[in-house]
Design a protein around this ligand. Structure first.
Ligand SMILES: NC(=O)c1ccc[n+]([C@@H]2O[C@H](COP(=O)([O-])OP(=O)(O)OC[C@H]3O[C@@H](n4cnc5c(N)ncnc54)[C@H](O)[C@@H]3O)[C@@H](O)[C@H]2O)c1
Ligand SMILES: O=C(O)[C@H](O)COP(=O)(O)O
Length: 409
């Protein structure tokens, strides 16, 4: 088992929002036993307290890691988002403090695509409304407003990992797939990319959103866009709650302009399962409301727990930052018989030569060296002889622009 300079039992791992047990098992198997586990997100004040002595934090989509949280987390080494989205993390605040952020970019893609596929069938058959009536003792045996998916047009907004997977599944059911993306994307199967959002809205029988939360996607579907959708069309949102103006959606559903919707994500979501869900969509006919469970299958959660904990363990044990979403990516081999110095610094001219100067002046022989930078931060990794690592670490800490440095045994 790899060792770190700090005794592993002293490295605190804070896991929130019921991250899957596979993560806990993997941390323990790698010697990280100091785990504080919470089944839901923490209120802000409790979060600020809990992060004070945390070296690693694992969250899902609910916990907001803000500038204030990073300021409070003085010992923080890295963050793991046990999900796809990283919009809940102030990535820049993490970067300038030398903290890489990891996620699981593919682990729940299939789960979301399958859910959306099922919802399309349910919506087009008016099932939410008919099922609710049966539960109340009603019996709406009618073909009125019920349609097959076959031959209908599905409009996908955001043709990334989820959007493109949905595209393939939808074509296998006989849907015609149109998509809109800000980037030119290779169409899968017979799908067609459209030039404008308006064209997609005007042509689709079902519109499904699969964009990340960005400034440019915030409230991108509001009253104007909803009115441009075909009368009787359906809207599905399993991306982020900030993408759709929910009050405007409620209006077009009440007016009958849209026939139905399936919404998994909301501008404000309960902190945990005990809190009330409040939404203007509650009680509307032919609307499927789900509690942000697009990625919540046991398969996906188990895979995510393993994938993200592996990324955090690898960074802690070996310094590798491959697939970090905000950080220079360095893939490192193991370093048997050597000590490894990790040096994170501001990306200003001359840092590498200064590092080499101080090491050479201290007569420290470098056995390997790796460097990667992004626009703000540089990450240098230096392997040195065991006997010199402490001296080398002290020397590196003096280099102008140093954000943080540590040594791995
Ligand atoms: N409901 C859930 O439980 C759940 C689960 C997983 C992911 N998600 C959300 O789904 C999002 C998409 O996931 P993904 O893995 O497909 O991401 P992705 O990064 O692979 O794809 C996103 C696509 O959106 C496109 N895009 C960005 N801005 C756009 C805009 N303004 N208009 C049109 N297209 C735009 C991008 O170019 C990209 O092709 C995630 O960011 C996450 O927020 C939700
Ligand atoms: O970004 C994601 O992967 C999804 O929104 C799922 O988030 P969750 O882990 O909170 O369910």
């Amino acid at each position: 088992m790899s060792k770190t300079s700090l005794d592993k039992s002293k490295i605190k791992i804070l896991l929130l929002e019921g991250v899957h047990q596979t993560a806990v098992d993997n941390f323990k198997a790698n010697g990280y036993t100091n785990i504080e586990y919470h089944p839901k997100s923490l209120p802000e004040a409790d979060l600020l307290k809990a992060v004070e002595d945390a070296h690693f934090i694992g969250i899902r989509s609910r916990t907001q890691l803000t500038e204030e949280v990073f300021e409070a987390a003085k010992k923080l080494v890295a963050v793991g988002c046990f999900c796809i989205g990283t919009n809940q993390v102030e990535l820049y605040s993490a970067l300038v403090r030398g903290i890489p952020v990891f996620n699981a970019p593919y682990s729940n893609t299939r789960s979301v695509a399958e859910l959306v596929l099922g919802e399309m069938i349910m919506l087009m058959r008016g099932i939410p409304h008919k099922s609710a009536a049966c539960h109340e003792g009603g019996w709406i045996k009618s073909a009125e407003g019920s349609y097959e998916l076959r031959g209908k047009k599905l409009g996908i907004i955001g043709y990334g990992n989820i959007g493109s997977q949905l595209s393939v599944l939808a074509e296998s059911l006989g849907l015609e797939v149109l998509y809109y993306d800000v980037v030119t994307k290779l169409p899968l199967g017979n799908a067609r990319q459209l030039d404008t959002l308006d064209e997609l809205l005007a042509q689709s029988d079902i519109v499904s959103l699969h964009v990340p939360e960005l400034d440019s996607t915030k409230w991108m579907i509001a009253a104007d866009e909803l009115k441009k959708m075909k009368p009787g069309a359906h809207l599905i949102n399993a991306s982020r709650g900030s993408v759709v103006v929910i009050e405007d959606l409620a209006d077009v559903l009440k007016s009958g302009h849209l026939a139905g919707a399936a919404i998994d994500v909301f501008p404000v979501e309960p902190r945990g399962n005990d809190d009330e869900f409040v939404s203007p969509l509650r009680g509307l006919q032919n609307v499927i409301l789900t509690p942000h469970i697009g990625g919540s299958t046991l398969e996906a959660q188990a895979n995510i727990g393993k994938e993200v904990s592996e990324k955090l363990v690898r960074y802690s044990d070996n310094g590798t930052t491959t697939f970090a979403v905000n950080f220079p990516e360095v893939a490192l081999p193991s370093h048997p018989g050597k000590h490894r110095l990790l040096h994170i610094h501001e990306n200003i001219p001359g840092v590498l030569s200064e590092i080499n100067r101080v090491l050479s002046e201290s007569n420290i022989n470098i056995s390997s060296q790796y460097l990667q930078t992004n626009e703000k931060v540089g990450y240098v990794v230096v392997d040195v002889d065991v006997a010199y690592s402490q001296q080398a670490l002290e020397a590196l800490k003096q280099v102008k622009g140093t954000i943080r440095s540590r040594v791995l045994f």
